[in-house]
Design a protein around this ligand. Structure first.
Ligand code: FES
Length: 132
C-alpha cells in the first residue's frame, strides 16, 4: 500500500514538473517583427539573410512571393554554421557536407537531426517570427 502511494505521488510530481516545463516553454516564445525594407535580400524570392533578432541569429529565406522561412543556422551534426544555397534551394553545411530541406529536414548526412525552424510569416511588409 505504501509503495502504491509513493508511486502515485511520483506520477503527480512528474506531471506537475512536465506542466511547468510546458508552461515556461510557451511563456518564453516571443513574436518579433522584421521590416522587409531593412533587409533588401529578403524582398525577392530566392534571397536569404542572417539576422540577429531577439538575441538569436536567424537564417531567413524568402522561398516564395508569399512565404518566408526562419531557421536556426547551426548544423545539428557538430554545430557549424549553415547557409542557404539559392542555386539548389537547400540549406548546406560546408563542414561535413550535410544538406537540409527548407523545412529543416535532413536530406544528406552526416547530420541526422533536423534544423530548428521558427514559425514565420509575411505580414504587411514585415516578417513576423516566433522565437523561443
Ligand atoms: S557540422 Fe555540419 S555536417 Fe558536420
Amino acid at each position: 500500500m505504501d509503495s502504491r502511494r509513493t508511486f502515485i505521488k511520483t506520477v503527480f510530481v512528474a506531471l506537475g514538473a512536465g506542466a511547468t516545463i510546458l508552461k515556461s516553454g510557451i511563456a518564453s516564445a516571443k513574436k518579433e517583427a522584421l521590416k522587409l525594407d531593412k533587409v533588401p535580400a529578403l524582398q525577392k524570392v530566392g534571397g536569404s539573410a542572417k539576422v540577429k533578432l531577439a538575441g538569436k541569429e536567424i537564417l531567413f529565406i524568402r522561398d516564395t512571393d508569399t512565404s518566408v522561412r526562419a531557421i536556426h543556422p547551426v548544423c545539428t551534426h557538430r554545430g557549424c554554421p549553415v547557409t542557404f544555397s539559392s542555386k539548389e534551394s537547400k540549406i548546406v553545411c560546408e563542414c561535413h557536407d550535410s544538406v537540409f530541406k527548407l523545412d529543416g529536414k535532413v536530406l544528406k548526412g552526416p547530420a541526422v537531426n533536423p534544423l530548428k525552424v521558427y514559425p514565420a510569416k509575411l505580414d504587411n511588409g514585415s516578417i513576423v517570427v516566433t522565437v523561443d
